[in-house]
Design a protein around this ligand. Sequence first.
Ligand SMILES: Cc1cc2nc3c(=O)[nH]c(=O)nc-3n(C[C@H](O)[C@H](O)[C@H](O)COP(=O)(O)O)c2cc1C
Length: 194
Amino acid sequence: MTDQSPAPAVMEFLLSRRSRPAKLLQGPAPDRAALTPILTAAARTPDHGKLVPWRFVVLETAALRRLGDLVASCGAASGRSDEDIAKARACYDSSPLAVVVIEAPKPSDKIPEVEQTYSAGAVCLALLNAALASGWGANWLTGWPVFDRHFVEAGLGLAASERVAGIIHIGTAETAPPDRPRPDLAEITTWMDA
Ligand SMILES: Cc1cc2nc3c(=O)[nH]c(=O)nc-3n(C[C@H](O)[C@H](O)[C@H](O)COP(=O)(O)O)c2cc1C
């Protein structure tokens, strides 16, 4: 702690933060001006080699509804059940706003692709946390459509080399859900003192 003051409010946030289920999210959602600092915070993420192996697509209402229809046609084309299709399209049909975090790997002799994947995941969490810390409800979802190449290439404009790391839905949640059980630190931590 030499060059930086403690930020207890940030620690308090990090120790209590939790997502709001996407099905509870409704409008209002952040407008472009309110979303910009949230995206800026997300882009301030560790990135080995400064490759910027990720990008954002912001899905506003009309795009979300278009994609709900595309989920239905992709699901039918790949033989999914009505239940699977209805579940997957529900969040596109009801979400007030979503940000797709796209992993866009860059060729590099030095930086392994898996590190670019980790960085894209870190961007998702930074975006989720920035939205929550700004007072919005938010949830990181994927679901089978993000693994459907027609859905992501025709619907979201991904290149063949790109993948969806996460879709962060952002809006207003009237209530906070009960917290989920969190990992037992003793079970996941080894203190190595020699
Ligand atoms: C890569 C990834 C994909 C996820 N996809 C879904 C999903 O499709 N549906 C779902 O209910 N939860 C999904 N989750 C889980 C939720 O985002 C989240 O873990 C859960 O709501 C609790 O989050 P919290 O620790 O912020 O409270 C996903 C999580 C990750 C990391």
